[in-house]
Write a protein that binds this ligand. Sequence first.
Ligand code: 8OZ
Length: 359
Amino acid sequence: MTASLFSSFRLGDINLPNRVVMAPLTRNRAGPGNVATPLIAEYYAQRASAGLIVAEASQVCPEGQGYEDTPGIHTPEQVAGWRLVTDAVHAAGGRIFLQLWHVGRISHTSLQPGGVAPVAPSAITAEAKTYVAGRFIDTSAPRALALAELPGIVESYRLAARNAIAAGFDGVEVHAANGYLIDQFLKDAANHRTDAYGGSIENRARLLLEVMQAVIGEIGAARTGIRLSPVTLVNGISDSNPQPLFNYVVEQLDALQPVFIHMIEGVTGGPRDEPAFDYAALRQRYHGAWIANNGYTAAMAEAAIANGQADLIAFGRPFISNPDLVERLRQGAPLNELDKKTLYGGGAAGYTDYPTLAA
Ligand code: 8OZ
């Protein structure tokens, strides 16, 4: 039988009943203390028919927060909140990873402990917005991390991975995409360092690889994935020569054997074909599961799986408005429209009230 979007897939130690992944989606609905709530548990449980859910980006430490009301995974209360979510998803028959996040310079002083500057590889302000007090505002000028602070950053990811497993997640996805801290170290628009973490490709990839080694050492490669976006332009990020950079990153990841690489093709949530990039050159350097993402239709997803270009396809915005997206794709049924006004922040409206086909 040839593989299809609706055939099963073995991911590390877990069986996925289909190849449809729910991409991580920031929704800004965490409760006080940036703790996941029963409403968040209901939202994810409604989407448990996904082959795999990657839950929304969650800060690994207080400094890693860049938007209002995003959940964390660094306090006991946050672990307890996430336990509601993982229990609800597992009870509904699903599988769920957590995305581990440090925003770096994509933040604002009002979100930082003590109101200080956000951290970054270099003191270069991002041309980007963040979301505070219900509106989009400019990101703050960051300060450059000292060399001596980098082991603490790596340690935050390691502890967050341990917390995610303690909260009942099946694994984690390290967020190394979309212009956040790890991507800021990777790319030369944001990294002007002259120490062992800047300059050469090897140096710029060092933090990413140290984080992956730490997380894999803590929870195992079978429970550790990573998300990359070689050419995205969101959050003011770019690199002058991304192909050799990402060829190297993926070769090094292959040696660490994370359970998947989750590849955002093109500009996140935008054009897929520009800037041009050879994703097949990356896939050919890596032997684990390959998740492709960005603007896939069901037909594109089937073709990518049939051609062996990907093992799994991640869908983002369609999962917001279609809790039963897998069934709709299977039937070729129409999709509910997304209400953009209720994307970020708020309560149940535009969150847990999108209807299923059955309803
Ligand atoms: C949209 C709004 C805020 C954050 C990403 C975590 O782009 C995000 C994000 C997306 O990866």
